[in-house]
Design a protein around this ligand. Structure first.
Ligand SMILES: CCCCCCCC/C=C\CCCCCCCC(=O)SCCNC(=O)CCNC(=O)[C@H](O)C(C)(C)COP(=O)(O)OP(=O)(O)OC[C@H]1O[C@@H](n2cnc3c(N)ncnc32)[C@H](O)[C@@H]1OP(=O)(O)O
Length: 230
């Protein structure tokens, strides 16, 4: 999917032999990545309704072309998002797991799905926060809010620009988010200047009536190889 990642993938791809130690160690995860951003038994009716609503927008090829919506899959390792990730996953930090996807119990942590509109450079994340994300009693932790904002804006930045990292995130917490309440995270690109992409985002109640959080962020596109010391 991402060019830089493809290059890395090629360096350790099927033409090369894995190291002896890796070849002998038990393989800890499935060869077929699982998309976690699909309905499970913990999803509320509202979460399911919103998922169906946005899924319908990207249901058919004609609709995708006219509306430009698509669902971005969500795996439990960031490397699985990138072409070549299957091979890189074997080489780098075998136990590493994406922060938002490392709670096994359905509904206990971050239940979310990201829908992108590449034409409009926007995205919507539907998010149902679970009981393990508590901050103030019965409400979502500010760090968890920052995490879902970073993940949502980061996904949009990544889909539009390729590998990129958060350089800056500013968050205004306007009203607390009750655990279990489904919220929408609307993200958009405000401006692009060379490697810099300025994004903004709002978290609202699922009916859009209540503003919970506002944020702006700066993402910088990077050469993925740099993360691995290239
Ligand atoms: C990348 C991996 C992708 C893998 C595949 C993933 C697939 C999708 C998977 C799953 C979906 C979920 C998605 C999750 C997303 C999560 C994202 C994160 O949380 S990232 C972790 C937190 N961020 C850091 O740890 C950054 C640490 N900082 C750095 O590494 C560097 O500072 C970096 C890369 C941000 C910039 O370093 P420089 O060396 O490349 O660039 P310089 O030269 O410093 O800056 C370039 C320009 O940007 C400005 N700049 C840099 N930092 C700035 C800042 N904080 N504020 C304002 N301007 C800044 C500078 O002033 C400069 O501007 P002038 O060109 O002079 O105009």
């Amino acid at each position: 999917m991402w060019r830089a990642a493809s290059r890395l993938g090629a360096a350790v791809g099927p033409g090369r032999q894995p190291t002896r130690a890796l070849a002998m160690s038990p393989w800890p995860f499935s060869a077929t990545p699982r998309d976690y951003s699909v309905p499970n038994e913990s999803w509320s009716r509202e979460m399911r309704r919103l998922f169906d609503h946005y899924s319908c927008l990207c249901d058919t090829e004609e609709q995708q072309q006219s509306a430009g919506w698509c669902k971005f899959p969500s795996y439990n390792r960031s490397l699985k998002h990138a072409a070549g990730g299957k091979y890189l996953s074997k080489m780098v930090q075998a136990k590493a797991r994406l922060f938002t996807r490392n709670i096994e119990e359905p509904g206990a942590g971050f239940e979310y799905a990201v829908f992108l509109n590449k034409q409009e450079k926007t995205s919507v994340t539907i998010f149902q926060p679970g009981h393990l994300l508590e901050g103030p009693p019965g409400h979502l932790h500010g760090g968890a809010i920052a995490t879902i904002i970073d993940s949502s804006t980061g996904t949009l930045a990544g889909a539009l620009l390729g590998p990129s990292m958060t350089a800056n995130l500013n968050i205004n917490y306007r009203s607390p988010i009750p655990l279990g309440n489904v919220v929408l995270i609307h993200c958009k690109v405000d401006q692009t200047e060379g490697r810099k992409t300025f994004m903004s985002c709002q978290i609202t109640s699922s009916d859009g009536d209540k503003l919970h959080t506002e944020a702006t962020g700066l993402f910088l596109s990077i050469n993925l190889g740099r993360l691995f010391g290239a």
